[in-house]
Ligand binder design. Structure first.
Ligand code: ACO
Length: 333
């Protein structure tokens, strides 16, 4: 069985910077509250939101990852696209991306695991490659959430940003690469973070618009404090599972890349796990929570800054709607 290696990485965020001060002009919030509670200073939102979808954000990230891997779109034999903001109800955004790239030889499917989307998608890609089925998998996490946020809900709108990250995964005979991935879910708690209407359960169909819009059911509903506590717990479990599975200890981690949900969650997890401050990658101040894109964007930034070297142990962990959580352990080669 071959190992699976990340051979290319890419990312993209829209140019349009939205600062906390910008938001304070349109809703009852302020820079101090947002920075103290979340660590977010600014985020990127697509400016002209009409007829732009997650696949449009994914395309430049994917092209960058392919270039770094020395691959062309025709080399891709599978696209795994993690998003909770697909372009359409159907088809999958992976198919839209396939068309944009001209990746004519690729199978394509989407993964819906919200903020854990990158870990879930990576886990799928890893298995397809390690099984020998696929030789060049493009795995993308992309989110265009700004046009689904409730402008009257300051507690959710300030948190999220648009963006995309991509990795190319190929088989290798070298030791290392993706050592393990683990994914988990607790559907019993799905109502802690969900969008009640717009799916098949409560479709936004003729005659239902008024009720749904009046109650704001098309928007994200979040029980922030409950989520915070569960998040700290699940993040910690996810890290331990990745380490225990591979026989590692906390001090073996060279770089920890958490999903960027909240700087305070990351700090609490780091304190609990006794991680050194220099072990964790934190960039939520610049991009907010980009959900499925947050880990690959942070990975790209860490690589660009030379923070990840060959041979390093990189541990990733995420937590999000579902509720879902999971981890990945990667020996960088
Ligand atoms: N600006 C100013 N005040 C605000 C804002 C804001 N943007 N938002 C809320 N407030 C107010 C509230 O109304 C409340 O006021 P009150 O005391 O008068 O009622 C007060 O601030 C405190 O609100 P809390 O909700 O208790 O604030 P908290 O400290 O819990 O922070 C936050 C809220 C940042 C959302 C936090 O709970 C959190 O990060 N939770 C976890 C989110 C998360 O992990 N998401 C990851 C998954 S996302 C996904 O999967 C899609």
């Amino acid at each position: 069985m071959p190992n699976a290696k990340i051979t290319g990485t890419g990312w993209y965020v829209p140019d349009n910077v939205v600062t906390n001060d910008d938001l304070s002009k349109v809703m009852d919030t302020n820079d101090q509250w947002i920075v103290e509670r979340t660590g977010i200073k600014e985020r990127r939102w697509v400016k002209d939101r009409k007829f732009v979808g997650a696949a449009a954000l994914a395309e430049p990230a994917a092209r960058m990852a392919l270039e770094k891997a020395g691959k062309t779109p025709a080399d891709i034999d599978l696209i795994v696209f993690s998003t909770m903001t697909p372009d359409y109800v159907l088809p999958a955004s992976s198919c839209i991306l396939q068309k944009k790239l001209g990746a004519v030889n690729a199978g394509a499917f989407d993964v819906v695991a919200a903020c854990s989307g990158f870990i879930y998608g990576l886990s799928c890609a890893e298995k397809f490659v390690k099984s020998g089925m696929n030789k060049c998998v493009l795995m993308v996490g992309a989110e265009l959430f700004s046009n689904r946020l409730d402008p009257s809900d300051r507690s959710t709108t300030v948190l999220f940003g648009d963006g995309a990250g991509a990795v190319v995964i190929e088989p290798t005979d070298e030791e290392g690469g993706i050592l393990s991935t683990h994914v988990h879910a607790d559907g019993g708690n799905y109502e802690i973070l969900y969008v009640p209407a717009g799916g098949s359960y409560d479709p936004i169909s003729k005659g239902e618009h008024e009720r749904i819009y009046n109650e704001g059911l098309q928007f994200l509903q979040m029980k922030g404090q409950e989520l915070f506590k569960i998040g700290v717990q699940r993040f910690s479990e996810a890290i331990m599972e990745a380490l225990t599975h591979n026989g590692f200890k906390i001090e073996d981690i060279d770089v920890f890349i958490p999903h960027q949900a909240n700087a305070r969650i990351i700090e609490m997890v780091a304190r609990r796990m006794k991680l050194r401050p220099d072990q964790s990658i934190v960039n939520i101040d610049k991009y907010g929570n980009t959900t499925a894109a947050s880990i690959p964007i942070a990975l790209c930034e860490a690589l660009d800054k030379g923070m990840i070297k060959k041979g390093d142990l990189v541990v990733m962990a995420a937590f999000g709607s579902g509720l879902t959580w999971g981890s990945a352990a990667i020996r960088w080669i």
